[in-house]
Design a protein around this ligand. Sequence first.
Ligand code: FE
Length: 196
Amino acid sequence: MNNLKLNNSNIVSYIEDIFERRGNEIYAGEDVTVSEHMLQSGTIAKKRGLSNEIVVASLLHDIGHFNSEFGMFTMDDKKDRFHETMGAKILKPFFPQIIVDCVYFHVSAKRYLTAIDKDYESKLSRASKHSLNLQGGPMNPKEVEKFEKNPNLNAIIQVRYIDDEGKDPEMDTFPFSYFTPLIEETIHNSERMIID
Ligand code: FE
């Protein structure tokens, strides 16, 4: 990743380029592409008037599917795996912790919600139900207790619900460029937090 010389000034245009170049790739088992799914998620969050952090986390939550773009690809990888871990690693140097947490825990949040809400699983898409089992199934009570200690729990859950909704082949979205200033603002705020 360091070889790519990514920094706070070029990370946003780098991500935009990935959205554009790889926008036609099909989202694993869903009716929309990964890029469409992420743009839909960002658009839903923005239209609900949620904070910039939630909007940006929703927009970027699946960036880990493109881990090979960030020099995180090894010859053993048959495809992009553990995309939530990869996504958090990609974003951590630039973005505030709340965004990194929303990305890192968006899969755990599905395991959490299936454990605490018996109706949640029935609302998931087929692909999401399928991956739930591969991801460990519903959390056990100990895992639930630990997960609830995360100070960013509410934000993580919000992003998870938005993730579940952003899979509509008919939905119109804002273009990536609409989000650019919001993304830059969260990066800027993150810098200030480190300096303060
Ligand atoms: Fe997603």
